[in-house]
Design a binder for this molecule. Structure first.
Ligand SMILES: [Zn+2]
Length: 275
């Protein structure tokens, strides 16, 4: 049976993990209490992997929080704004989801629609349309060393996202760590996934999101965004945190990792600018 809840996804925490989580909460709470600086414009890219049934209420709360503190911007609009170099007046939130898990369509998409929020869904094409029973061994390999069986979306699910006005982008074909590949290998991962999405969705696949996404560790900043450009992409998303300002490149988009049950003070700590 694939994982259906964040409780099962996370599993029981060891005493050490519990202690570290408590220290992190205290640090973020402290950070969230620093005065925000509302006047500077910024574009923020919170990103998720899953919204399980036991995260629905938290995801609703987070979208309400974002609506209180800014406006939603779709991925195409956000990239367009970055390409223009125009000043960013106000605070904008542009959401995305990595990997292509089933909970994107069952839980996240209806809640996004309710709040009028667009989002980009970055899928690892090798896993789309797999079956939790027939493809069990391959799916367990998605998280090596862990007993986590994840269910992925079907291509029909991806078409439903497209029809709802969402962006479906590439997250490579095999969820590859680009830094471990040579340039030809990177190009192959980017090209195969792009072609597959375009064939299945009958629309151009313009946006790429790097698996794991840390500059230097998971991809080569001086090489891979340029390979993406040559493969025909117009944006390259990473997992480096921080605000996006006017003039920043869409080929190194900074995003903030978010869990749908993260409390409001954590959103405040990560997503509001401070002096
Ligand atoms: Zn990923």
């Amino acid at each position: 049976m694939p994982i259906q809840s964040v409780a099962a996804f996370t599993g029981p925490l060891s005493p050490g993990q519990r202690l570290r989580a408590a220290a992190r909460r205290a640090a973020l709470l402290g950070l969230s209490l620093l005065p925000g600086r509302g006047r500077r414009g910024a574009l923020r890219f919170p990103y998720y992997h899953h919204v399980f049934a036991d995260e629905r209420a938290g995801f609703h709360r987070q979208l309400r929080w974002m609506r209180r503190h800014g406006e939603f911007l779709g991925w195409d609009q956000a990239v367009g704004l970055m390409q223009s170099g125009d000043p960013i007046d106000g605070r904008y939130f542009c959401l995305s989801f990595d990997d292509g898990f089933k909970s994107c369509i069952t839980h996240a998409a209806p809640i996004l629609a309710e709040h009028g929020a667009g989002a980009a869904f970055f899928v690892a094409t090798r896993f789309i349309g797999t079956d939790p029973v027939a493809d069990r061994a391959m799916l367990l390999d998605f998280y090596p060393g862990e007993q986590r069986l994840m269910e992925f979306m079907s291509w029909d699910d991806c078409r439903a996202l497209r029809d709802a006005g969402m962006v479906v982008g590439s997250h490579t074909h095999g969820h590859a760590r680009l830094s471990a590949l040579n340039e030809d290998g990177v190009l192959a991962e980017l090209a195969v996934s792009k072609q597959r999405i375009e064939a299945e969705l009958d629309m151009e696949c313009r946006h790429f999101c790097c698996p794991w996404g840390q500059p230097g560790g998971d991809f080569v900043p001086g090489r891979d965004p340029d390979v993406a450009r040559r493969a025909g992409y117009v944006s390259f998303a990473t997992t480096a945190r921080g605000p996006t300002r006017a003039g920043d490149s869409p080929f190194l988009i900074r995003r903030d990792h978010t869990l749908a049950n993260d409390p409001d003070y954590q959103l405040r700590a990560f997503l509001l600018e401070r002096g």
